[in-house]
Design a protein around this ligand. Sequence first.
Ligand code: UDX
Length: 430
Amino acid sequence: MKIAVIGTGYVGLVQGVGLAEKGHEVVCVDIDKEKIEKLKQGISPIYEPGLDELIEKNIKAKQLSFSTDLASSINGAKAIFIGVGTPQGEGGAADLSYVYTVAREIGESMKEYSVIINKSTVPVGSAKKVADIIKENYDNEFDVVSNPEFLREGMAVSDVMNPDRVVIGTNSKTAKKIMEEIYKDFDCPKVFVTPESAELIKYASNAFLATKISFINEIAGICERVGADVKEVSEGMGLDKRIGDKFLEAGLGYGGSCFPKDTRALHQIANLNNYEFKILKSVIEVNNNQKRLIREKIKKTFPDMRGKIFAVWGLAFKPDTDDVRESPAINLIRWLIGRGVKVRACDPIAIENAKSHLPHEVEYFDSPYDAASGADAVVVITDWNHFKEIDKNLLKEVLGEHNIFDGRNIFDPREMKELGFNYHGIGRRV
Ligand code: UDX
Protein backbone atom coordinates (compact mmCIF):
# COMPACT_ATOMS: atom_id res chain seq x y z
CA MET A 1 0.00 0.00 0.00
CA LYS A 2 1.22 3.52 -0.67
CA ILE A 3 1.61 5.26 2.69
CA ALA A 4 2.80 8.75 3.65
CA VAL A 5 4.24 9.42 7.09
CA ILE A 6 4.44 13.06 8.16
CA GLY A 7 7.20 13.84 10.67
CA THR A 8 10.57 12.08 10.78
CA GLY A 9 11.15 12.39 14.52
CA TYR A 10 11.19 9.36 16.74
CA VAL A 11 7.62 8.25 16.19
CA GLY A 12 7.25 8.99 12.49
CA LEU A 13 10.59 7.73 11.29
CA VAL A 14 10.52 4.41 13.12
CA GLN A 15 6.91 3.81 12.07
CA GLY A 16 7.68 4.64 8.43
CA VAL A 17 10.72 2.38 8.34
CA GLY A 18 8.76 -0.45 10.02
CA LEU A 19 5.93 -0.22 7.48
CA ALA A 20 8.42 -0.20 4.58
CA GLU A 21 10.13 -3.26 6.01
CA LYS A 22 6.73 -5.01 6.06
CA GLY A 23 6.35 -4.39 2.32
CA HIS A 24 4.47 -1.08 2.05
CA GLU A 25 5.61 1.73 -0.22
CA VAL A 26 6.39 4.49 2.25
CA VAL A 27 7.33 8.13 1.83
CA CYS A 28 8.46 9.96 4.97
CA VAL A 29 7.91 13.72 4.95
CA ASP A 30 9.49 16.47 7.03
CA ILE A 31 9.86 20.26 6.73
CA ASP A 32 13.49 20.01 7.87
CA LYS A 33 15.44 19.98 4.58
CA GLU A 34 18.77 19.05 6.15
CA LYS A 35 17.25 16.07 7.94
CA ILE A 36 15.58 14.83 4.75
CA GLU A 37 18.83 15.20 2.76
CA LYS A 38 20.66 13.10 5.35
CA LEU A 39 17.90 10.50 5.45
CA LYS A 40 18.07 10.19 1.65
CA GLN A 41 21.71 9.20 2.13
CA GLY A 42 20.66 6.66 4.77
CA ILE A 43 21.80 8.75 7.76
CA SER A 44 19.36 8.64 10.68
CA PRO A 45 18.94 11.77 12.85
CA ILE A 46 18.40 9.61 15.96
CA TYR A 47 20.42 6.86 17.57
CA GLU A 48 18.38 3.66 17.58
CA PRO A 49 19.95 0.19 17.33
CA GLY A 50 19.23 -1.40 13.94
CA LEU A 51 17.51 1.63 12.41
CA ASP A 52 20.28 2.78 10.02
CA GLU A 53 20.50 -0.70 8.48
CA LEU A 54 16.75 -0.84 7.85
CA ILE A 55 16.70 2.65 6.33
CA GLU A 56 19.48 1.77 3.92
CA LYS A 57 17.97 -1.60 3.02
CA ASN A 58 14.52 -0.16 2.28
CA ILE A 59 15.83 2.82 0.31
CA LYS A 60 17.72 0.35 -1.91
CA ALA A 61 14.62 -1.84 -2.26
CA LYS A 62 12.66 1.31 -3.25
CA GLN A 63 10.19 0.67 -0.42
CA LEU A 64 11.22 3.86 1.39
CA SER A 65 11.76 7.43 0.23
CA PHE A 66 12.02 10.86 1.84
CA SER A 67 10.59 14.22 0.85
CA THR A 68 9.95 17.76 2.07
CA ASP A 69 6.89 18.10 -0.18
CA LEU A 70 3.76 17.09 1.71
CA ALA A 71 1.31 17.76 -1.13
CA SER A 72 2.96 15.50 -3.69
CA SER A 73 3.80 12.84 -1.07
CA ILE A 74 0.20 12.35 0.05
CA ASN A 75 -1.02 12.21 -3.54
CA GLY A 76 -2.17 8.62 -4.14
CA ALA A 77 -1.46 7.55 -0.52
CA LYS A 78 -4.29 5.44 0.91
CA ALA A 79 -3.03 6.13 4.41
CA ILE A 80 -1.38 9.23 5.89
CA PHE A 81 0.26 8.87 9.30
CA ILE A 82 0.75 11.99 11.42
CA GLY A 83 3.84 11.44 13.55
CA VAL A 84 4.92 14.96 14.47
CA GLY A 85 5.90 16.07 17.97
CA THR A 86 3.42 16.93 20.72
CA PRO A 87 5.66 18.71 23.24
CA GLN A 88 4.52 19.76 26.67
CA GLY A 89 2.54 22.95 26.50
CA GLU A 90 1.03 25.26 29.08
CA GLY A 91 -0.09 23.75 32.39
CA GLY A 92 1.25 20.31 31.42
CA ALA A 93 -1.19 19.81 28.52
CA ALA A 94 0.18 18.55 25.20
CA ASP A 95 0.91 21.25 22.61
CA LEU A 96 -0.87 20.17 19.44
CA SER A 97 0.13 23.01 17.15
CA TYR A 98 2.32 20.80 14.91
CA VAL A 99 -0.45 18.22 14.55
CA TYR A 100 -2.97 20.90 13.63
CA THR A 101 -0.64 22.51 11.08
CA VAL A 102 -0.15 19.16 9.37
CA ALA A 103 -3.92 18.50 9.44
CA ARG A 104 -4.51 21.85 7.73
CA GLU A 105 -1.93 21.09 5.03
CA ILE A 106 -3.44 17.65 4.47
CA GLY A 107 -6.89 19.21 4.04
CA GLU A 108 -5.50 21.70 1.54
CA SER A 109 -3.67 19.07 -0.54
CA MET A 110 -5.82 15.92 -0.37
CA LYS A 111 -7.45 14.88 -3.65
CA GLU A 112 -9.17 11.58 -2.87
CA TYR A 113 -10.26 9.38 0.06
CA SER A 114 -7.48 8.64 2.57
CA VAL A 115 -7.28 7.46 6.13
CA ILE A 116 -5.45 9.99 8.28
CA ILE A 117 -3.86 8.27 11.23
CA ASN A 118 -2.88 10.02 14.46
CA LYS A 119 0.28 8.25 15.60
CA SER A 120 1.49 11.05 17.85
CA THR A 121 0.37 10.97 21.48
CA VAL A 122 -2.62 13.29 21.55
CA PRO A 123 -5.34 14.11 24.11
CA VAL A 124 -8.72 12.42 23.98
CA GLY A 125 -10.87 14.06 21.33
CA SER A 126 -7.97 14.90 18.98
CA ALA A 127 -9.11 12.58 16.17
CA LYS A 128 -12.29 14.62 15.97
CA LYS A 129 -10.39 17.90 16.12
CA VAL A 130 -8.06 16.79 13.29
CA ALA A 131 -11.11 15.80 11.22
CA ASP A 132 -12.69 19.23 11.81
CA ILE A 133 -9.52 20.99 10.63
CA ILE A 134 -9.29 18.84 7.48
CA LYS A 135 -12.97 19.56 6.73
CA GLU A 136 -12.25 23.28 6.61
CA ASN A 137 -10.53 22.72 3.25
CA TYR A 138 -11.70 19.32 2.01
CA ASP A 139 -15.33 18.43 1.29
CA ASN A 140 -15.14 14.77 0.27
CA GLU A 141 -14.95 11.51 2.22
CA PHE A 142 -12.01 10.75 4.55
CA ASP A 143 -11.51 9.18 7.98
CA VAL A 144 -9.32 10.01 10.94
CA VAL A 145 -8.08 7.06 13.00
CA SER A 146 -6.23 6.97 16.31
CA ASN A 147 -3.36 4.47 16.29
CA PRO A 148 -1.05 5.23 19.23
CA GLU A 149 2.60 4.17 19.32
CA PHE A 150 4.12 2.22 22.22
CA LEU A 151 7.77 2.29 21.17
CA ARG A 152 10.51 2.23 23.76
CA GLU A 153 13.64 4.18 22.95
CA GLY A 154 16.57 1.86 22.37
CA MET A 155 14.15 -0.94 21.48
CA ALA A 156 12.09 0.94 18.92
CA VAL A 157 12.98 -1.21 15.90
CA SER A 158 12.08 -4.47 17.58
CA ASP A 159 8.98 -2.86 19.16
CA VAL A 160 7.73 -1.61 15.79
CA MET A 161 8.32 -4.94 14.05
CA ASN A 162 6.97 -7.11 16.90
CA PRO A 163 4.46 -5.07 18.92
CA ASP A 164 2.58 -6.55 21.90
CA ARG A 165 -0.59 -5.19 20.31
CA VAL A 166 -1.80 -2.70 17.74
CA VAL A 167 -4.53 -0.35 18.98
CA ILE A 168 -6.82 1.09 16.32
CA GLY A 169 -9.50 3.63 17.16
CA THR A 170 -12.12 4.16 14.48
CA ASN A 171 -15.87 4.11 13.92
CA SER A 172 -15.53 3.69 10.14
CA LYS A 173 -15.76 0.33 8.34
CA THR A 174 -13.70 1.59 5.37
CA ALA A 175 -10.94 2.84 7.67
CA LYS A 176 -11.00 -0.43 9.63
CA LYS A 177 -10.40 -2.40 6.39
CA ILE A 178 -7.46 -0.20 5.41
CA MET A 179 -5.94 -0.49 8.89
CA GLU A 180 -6.34 -4.29 8.75
CA GLU A 181 -4.51 -4.26 5.43
CA ILE A 182 -1.69 -2.08 6.79
CA TYR A 183 -1.12 -4.35 9.78
CA LYS A 184 -1.88 -7.72 8.14
CA ASP A 185 1.72 -8.93 8.44
CA PHE A 186 2.11 -7.88 12.06
CA ASP A 187 1.69 -10.98 14.17
CA CYS A 188 -0.03 -9.61 17.29
CA PRO A 189 -3.53 -8.89 18.65
CA LYS A 190 -5.26 -5.95 16.94
CA VAL A 191 -7.55 -4.06 19.27
CA PHE A 192 -10.33 -2.21 17.44
CA VAL A 193 -11.98 0.44 19.63
CA THR A 194 -13.42 3.95 19.35
CA PRO A 195 -10.96 6.81 18.70
CA GLU A 196 -11.52 8.11 22.25
CA SER A 197 -10.68 4.73 23.81
CA ALA A 198 -7.57 4.38 21.64
CA GLU A 199 -6.37 7.82 22.69
CA LEU A 200 -6.91 6.96 26.33
CA ILE A 201 -5.25 3.52 26.04
CA LYS A 202 -1.96 5.22 25.22
CA TYR A 203 -2.06 7.60 28.20
CA ALA A 204 -3.41 4.95 30.57
CA SER A 205 -0.67 2.48 29.60
CA ASN A 206 2.14 4.96 30.19
CA ALA A 207 0.54 6.24 33.40
CA PHE A 208 0.17 2.68 34.68
CA LEU A 209 3.82 1.85 33.98
CA ALA A 210 4.87 5.11 35.64
CA THR A 211 2.72 4.11 38.62
CA LYS A 212 4.56 0.80 38.92
CA ILE A 213 7.87 2.67 38.99
CA SER A 214 6.75 5.20 41.60
CA PHE A 215 5.19 2.41 43.64
CA ILE A 216 8.41 0.41 43.83
CA ASN A 217 10.35 3.59 44.59
CA GLU A 218 8.11 4.17 47.60
CA ILE A 219 8.62 0.56 48.67
CA ALA A 220 12.38 1.26 48.40
CA GLY A 221 11.90 4.15 50.83
CA ILE A 222 10.25 1.79 53.30
CA CYS A 223 12.97 -0.85 52.73
CA GLU A 224 15.62 1.64 53.82
CA ARG A 225 13.72 2.27 57.04
CA VAL A 226 12.96 -1.34 57.99
CA GLY A 227 16.13 -3.09 56.81
CA ALA A 228 14.58 -4.87 53.82
CA ASP A 229 16.09 -4.97 50.32
CA VAL A 230 13.99 -3.64 47.43
CA LYS A 231 15.57 -6.02 44.89
CA GLU A 232 14.47 -8.97 47.00
CA VAL A 233 11.01 -7.45 47.48
CA SER A 234 10.48 -6.73 43.76
CA GLU A 235 11.70 -10.20 42.79
CA GLY A 236 9.26 -11.78 45.24
CA MET A 237 6.42 -9.56 44.04
CA GLY A 238 7.17 -9.93 40.33
CA LEU A 239 6.84 -13.71 40.39
CA ASP A 240 3.13 -13.25 40.97
CA LYS A 241 1.88 -13.37 37.37
CA ARG A 242 -0.82 -10.82 38.15
CA ILE A 243 1.89 -8.32 39.08
CA GLY A 244 4.69 -9.30 36.67
CA ASP A 245 8.38 -8.52 37.05
CA LYS A 246 8.63 -5.60 34.61
CA PHE A 247 8.91 -1.96 35.66
CA LEU A 248 9.60 -2.84 39.26
CA GLU A 249 13.14 -1.52 39.39
CA ALA A 250 13.68 1.10 42.05
CA GLY A 251 16.07 3.92 41.27
CA LEU A 252 16.13 7.60 40.41
CA GLY A 253 12.69 7.45 38.83
CA TYR A 254 11.46 7.71 35.27
CA GLY A 255 12.65 10.28 32.70
CA GLY A 256 12.64 10.54 28.93
CA SER A 257 10.36 12.06 26.37
CA CYS A 258 7.18 10.15 27.23
CA PHE A 259 6.47 9.24 30.85
CA PRO A 260 6.97 12.69 32.42
CA LYS A 261 5.05 14.43 29.62
CA ASP A 262 2.25 11.88 29.31
CA THR A 263 1.59 11.56 33.04
CA ARG A 264 1.29 15.35 33.31
CA ALA A 265 -0.93 15.48 30.22
CA LEU A 266 -3.28 12.78 31.54
CA HIS A 267 -3.49 14.55 34.87
CA GLN A 268 -4.39 17.71 32.97
CA ILE A 269 -7.01 15.86 30.87
CA ALA A 270 -8.61 14.63 34.11
CA ASN A 271 -8.58 18.15 35.59
CA LEU A 272 -10.15 19.65 32.49
CA ASN A 273 -12.93 17.09 32.82
CA ASN A 274 -13.47 17.86 36.51
CA TYR A 275 -11.92 14.62 37.69
CA GLU A 276 -9.24 14.54 40.35
CA PHE A 277 -6.82 11.77 39.39
CA LYS A 278 -5.38 11.28 42.88
CA ILE A 279 -3.09 8.31 42.18
CA LEU A 280 -1.48 9.96 39.17
CA LYS A 281 -0.86 13.17 41.11
CA SER A 282 1.09 11.15 43.70
CA VAL A 283 2.96 9.20 41.00
CA ILE A 284 4.25 12.47 39.55
CA GLU A 285 5.13 13.84 42.99
CA VAL A 286 6.97 10.67 44.03
CA ASN A 287 8.96 10.71 40.78
CA ASN A 288 9.99 14.34 41.22
CA ASN A 289 11.21 13.58 44.74
CA GLN A 290 12.95 10.41 43.63
CA LYS A 291 15.23 12.30 41.26
CA ARG A 292 16.40 14.41 44.21
CA LEU A 293 16.76 11.56 46.71
CA ILE A 294 20.38 10.87 45.86
CA ARG A 295 21.27 14.42 46.88
CA GLU A 296 20.33 13.64 50.48
CA LYS A 297 22.56 10.57 50.44
CA ILE A 298 25.44 12.59 48.98
CA LYS A 299 24.96 15.38 51.57
CA LYS A 300 25.14 12.87 54.42
CA THR A 301 28.58 11.65 53.30
CA PHE A 302 29.77 15.08 52.11
CA PRO A 303 28.26 17.81 54.32
CA ASP A 304 30.74 20.14 52.60
CA MET A 305 31.43 19.07 49.06
CA ARG A 306 33.29 22.14 47.82
CA GLY A 307 36.37 21.15 45.81
CA LYS A 308 35.45 17.45 45.72
CA ILE A 309 35.67 15.51 42.48
CA PHE A 310 32.64 13.44 41.41
CA ALA A 311 32.48 11.03 38.51
CA VAL A 312 28.91 10.94 37.13
CA TRP A 313 28.31 7.74 35.18
CA GLY A 314 25.48 8.11 32.71
CA LEU A 315 23.86 11.14 31.10
CA ALA A 316 21.10 9.46 29.05
CA PHE A 317 17.71 9.01 30.77
CA LYS A 318 18.08 5.24 30.29
CA PRO A 319 20.53 2.85 28.56
CA ASP A 320 20.80 2.35 24.78
CA THR A 321 19.74 5.86 23.90
CA ASP A 322 21.47 9.23 23.50
CA ASP A 323 18.33 11.01 24.74
CA VAL A 324 18.89 13.20 27.80
CA ARG A 325 15.38 14.63 28.06
CA GLU A 326 14.26 14.68 31.73
CA SER A 327 17.36 12.68 32.64
CA PRO A 328 18.10 12.89 36.37
CA ALA A 329 21.75 13.49 35.39
CA ILE A 330 21.10 17.04 34.20
CA ASN A 331 19.72 18.54 37.42
CA LEU A 332 22.04 16.50 39.62
CA ILE A 333 25.13 17.76 37.77
CA ARG A 334 23.88 21.36 37.94
CA TRP A 335 23.29 20.90 41.67
CA LEU A 336 26.78 19.46 42.21
CA ILE A 337 28.43 22.26 40.23
CA GLY A 338 26.41 24.79 42.22
CA ARG A 339 27.97 23.33 45.39
CA GLY A 340 31.51 23.68 44.10
CA VAL A 341 31.99 20.06 43.00
CA LYS A 342 34.22 19.23 40.03
CA VAL A 343 32.11 16.98 37.81
CA ARG A 344 33.53 14.42 35.41
CA ALA A 345 30.73 13.01 33.31
CA CYS A 346 30.85 9.79 31.34
CA ASP A 347 28.36 8.23 28.91
CA PRO A 348 28.87 5.88 25.96
CA ILE A 349 26.79 7.98 23.51
CA ALA A 350 24.87 10.84 25.15
CA ILE A 351 27.74 13.29 25.79
CA GLU A 352 27.09 15.46 22.72
CA ASN A 353 23.37 15.80 23.49
CA ALA A 354 24.04 16.54 27.16
CA LYS A 355 26.61 19.30 26.58
CA SER A 356 24.09 21.99 25.68
CA HIS A 357 22.12 21.31 28.90
CA LEU A 358 25.09 21.38 31.27
CA PRO A 359 27.40 24.06 32.72
CA HIS A 360 30.66 24.59 30.82
CA GLU A 361 32.75 23.47 33.84
CA VAL A 362 31.77 19.81 33.33
CA GLU A 363 34.56 17.57 31.96
CA TYR A 364 33.62 14.65 29.71
CA PHE A 365 35.15 11.18 29.50
CA ASP A 366 34.53 8.14 27.33
CA SER A 367 36.07 5.76 29.83
CA PRO A 368 34.36 5.27 33.21
CA TYR A 369 37.78 4.51 34.75
CA ASP A 370 39.25 7.81 33.48
CA ALA A 371 36.23 9.69 34.84
CA ALA A 372 36.66 7.97 38.22
CA SER A 373 40.42 8.35 38.40
CA GLY A 374 41.31 10.18 41.63
CA ALA A 375 37.64 11.08 42.25
CA ASP A 376 36.01 11.25 45.68
CA ALA A 377 32.85 9.49 44.54
CA VAL A 378 31.12 7.78 41.63
CA VAL A 379 27.41 8.51 41.08
CA VAL A 380 25.63 6.02 38.82
CA ILE A 381 22.73 7.66 36.95
CA THR A 382 22.15 5.32 33.99
CA ASP A 383 22.14 1.51 34.06
CA TRP A 384 24.30 1.02 30.98
CA ASN A 385 25.82 -2.49 30.66
CA HIS A 386 29.05 -0.60 30.16
CA PHE A 387 28.95 0.32 33.88
CA LYS A 388 27.41 -2.94 35.14
CA GLU A 389 30.35 -4.87 33.66
CA ILE A 390 32.99 -2.68 35.26
CA ASP A 391 36.10 -4.32 36.78
CA LYS A 392 35.44 -3.41 40.41
CA ASN A 393 38.99 -4.10 41.55
CA LEU A 394 40.36 -1.75 38.92
CA LEU A 395 37.73 0.83 39.87
CA LYS A 396 38.88 0.59 43.47
CA GLU A 397 42.47 1.13 42.40
CA VAL A 398 41.77 4.28 40.39
CA LEU A 399 39.20 5.92 42.71
CA GLY A 400 40.62 8.36 45.27
CA GLU A 401 37.90 7.80 47.89
CA HIS A 402 35.76 4.69 47.63
CA ASN A 403 32.28 6.21 47.67
CA ILE A 404 29.66 4.83 45.28
CA PHE A 405 26.18 6.36 44.99
CA ASP A 406 24.32 3.87 42.85
CA GLY A 407 21.13 5.52 41.58
CA ARG A 408 20.13 2.45 39.53
CA ASN A 409 21.07 -0.39 41.89
CA ILE A 410 23.46 -1.92 39.34
CA PHE A 411 25.83 -3.30 41.98
CA ASP A 412 25.40 -5.77 44.81
CA PRO A 413 25.72 -3.89 48.13
CA ARG A 414 27.19 -6.86 50.01
CA GLU A 415 29.86 -7.49 47.37
CA MET A 416 30.72 -3.79 47.21
CA LYS A 417 31.08 -3.66 50.98
CA GLU A 418 33.35 -6.68 50.99
CA LEU A 419 35.49 -5.04 48.31
CA GLY A 420 35.88 -2.03 50.60
CA PHE A 421 33.54 0.44 48.92
CA ASN A 422 31.35 2.85 50.87
CA TYR A 423 28.24 1.88 48.91
CA HIS A 424 24.83 3.62 48.79
CA GLY A 425 22.02 2.15 46.69
CA ILE A 426 18.29 2.92 46.58
CA GLY A 427 16.35 0.80 49.06
CA ARG A 428 19.15 -1.74 49.44
CA ARG A 429 20.29 -3.64 52.53
CA VAL A 430 24.07 -3.47 52.89
C1 UDX B 1 8.09 4.68 27.24
C2 UDX B 1 7.07 3.53 27.07
O1 UDX B 1 7.64 2.32 27.56
C3 UDX B 1 6.64 3.39 25.63
O2 UDX B 1 5.66 2.38 25.51
C4 UDX B 1 6.07 4.73 25.20
O3 UDX B 1 5.49 4.72 23.98
C5 UDX B 1 7.15 5.80 25.32
O4 UDX B 1 7.57 5.86 26.68
P1 UDX B 1 10.70 5.04 26.93
O5 UDX B 1 10.48 6.46 27.33
O6 UDX B 1 11.58 4.74 25.79
O7 UDX B 1 9.30 4.32 26.60
O8 UDX B 1 11.33 4.34 28.21
P2 UDX B 1 11.05 3.09 29.16
O9 UDX B 1 11.95 1.98 28.79
O10 UDX B 1 9.62 2.79 29.25
O11 UDX B 1 11.58 3.70 30.53
C6 UDX B 1 11.08 4.94 31.02
C7 UDX B 1 11.82 5.40 32.25
O12 UDX B 1 11.47 4.59 33.36
C8 UDX B 1 13.34 5.37 32.19
O13 UDX B 1 13.81 6.59 32.77
C9 UDX B 1 13.73 4.20 33.04
O14 UDX B 1 15.00 4.37 33.64
C10 UDX B 1 12.62 4.20 34.08
N1 UDX B 1 12.36 2.89 34.68
C11 UDX B 1 11.90 1.85 33.92
C12 UDX B 1 12.54 2.70 36.05
O15 UDX B 1 12.95 3.62 36.77
N2 UDX B 1 12.25 1.47 36.58
C13 UDX B 1 11.79 0.43 35.86
O16 UDX B 1 11.55 -0.63 36.43
C14 UDX B 1 11.61 0.63 34.47
